[in-house]
Design a protein around this ligand. Structure first.
Ligand SMILES: C[S@@+](CC[C@H](N)C(=O)[O-])C[C@H]1O[C@@H](n2cnc3c(N)ncnc32)[C@H](O)[C@@H]1O
Length: 246
C-alpha cells in the first residue's frame, strides 16, 4: 500500500474529531436499525477508531467488530483506542489488511466505510460489493458517506479543521483539482502552530481520490442488489444500503 497517511498520521484523530460530531448520529441510527441477526460489523479503513467507538456504543455489548486499517501509523492510534477501553478491547479485532485483501467474516452485520470510499477505484468498489453482499445477514447493511466534491471539480484552498492541545494548535488545509473524469487530487497541508502563530512544523501530502455522486452510488449498489437511502444529518452525506429482498 502507498500510505498517504504516513506523514499526516499525528493530525488525523485531532482534525477529524469535529466531523465525527456530524457523522456519529447517522451511523448510530443506521446500526440501531439493524435486525436482531448476529454477525460481525466491519469498519473498513477504520483510521484512528472514532467510527469503531460509535459502532460499539450503538450495538449490543457482545457484537463483534472487525476494524480494517492498512496504515501502520493510524493503526497504532486505533489499537491504543481499542485496548484502552474495555468495552472495545473485548470485541474489536484490528486487521492490518486492506479493503480487498481482508478475509471477510461469513456473516456481516454491517459494512461501514466512512471517509474512505474515495480511496477505492470503481473496479475495486465493485469487487468489494461483490464480496460483501452475499455475506450480509438478514437486515444487514452497508453504511458509506460521500465526502464532497461528488464530481471532479477544483476545490479552493481552505482550512478544514483546527484543534489546540496544550500550547500548540494543529491545522489542516486542503485544496483539490480534477484529474481525469472520476478523480480529484487532494493537496493537503498540516501545520502545527505555536500560541504566537509561528509555524512549528508543516507537512504536505497529495493523494488522488475517486469521486461519485449520490445517484452513481445508488446505481452502483443497486447492481449488487442493494437499495440505498440517506440517513442522518443532510450535511453528513451518509447513506445506508440494504438488500432489496430484506
Ligand atoms: C480519511 S481516513 C478515514 C478514517 C476513518 N474511517 C474515519 O472516518 O475516521 C481514510 C482511511 O482509509 C484507509 N484506507 C486507504 N486505502 C484503503 C484500502 N485500500 N483499504 C482499506 N482502507 C484504506 C486509510 O488508511 C485511512 O485510515
Amino acid at each position: 500500500m502507498n500510505d498517504p497517511y504516513v506523514q499526516s498520521a499525528e493530525y488525523m484523530d485531532l482534525l477529524i474529531a469535529d466531523a465525527w460530531g456530524l457523522f456519529a448520529p447517522g451511523l448510530s441510527e443506521a446500526l440501531r436499525g439493524l435486525g436482531g441477526e448476529t454477525g460481525v460489523t466491519v469498519d473498513l479503513g477504520a483510521g484512528t477508531g472514532r467510527g469503531v467507538a460509535v459502532i460499539c456504543a450503538s450495538l449490543p455489548d457482545d457484537s463483534p467488530v472487525l476494524a480494517v486499517e492498512p496504515s501502520p501509523a493510524l493503526r497504532a492510534v486505533l489499537l491504543a483506542r481499542a485496548h484502552e477501553d474495555e468495552r472495545l478491547s473485548s470485541r474489536v479485532t484490528v486487521s492490518s489488511a486492506d479493503a480487498l485483501g481482508v478475509p471477510l467474516p461469513d456473516r456481516v452485520r454491517a459494512l461501514v466505510a466512512m471517509n474512505m470510499i474515495g480511496h477505492l477505484s470503481p473496479g475495486d468498489r465493485h469487487e468489494l460489493w461483490r464480496r460483501i453482499v452475499p455475506r450480509l445477514v438478514r437486515g444487514g447493511c452497508v453504511v458509506v458517506n460521500l465526502a464532497p466534491p461528488t464530481r471532479p471539480a477544483g476545490v479552493p484552498r481552505s482550512r478544514m479543521a483546527s484543534r489546540s492541545v496544550g500550547d500548540l494548535t494543529y491545522e489542516g488545509w486542503a485544496s483539490a483539482e480534477a484529474v481525469g473524469e472520476q478523480q480529484i487530487r487532494w493537496h493537503l497541508t498540516y501545520l502545527t502552530r505555536s500560541s504566537e502563530g509561528s509555524t512549528v512544523s508543516e507537512v504536505a501530502v497529495d493523494y488522488d481520490w475517486w469521486v461519485m455522486n449520490e445517484a452513481e452510488l445508488r446505481d452502483e449498489l443497486a447492481e449488487h442488489g442493494l437499495t440505498t437511502r440517506q440517513i442522518g444529518h443532510p450535511d453528513a452525506s451518509l447513506y445506508v444500503a440494504t438488500r432489496l429482498q430484506n
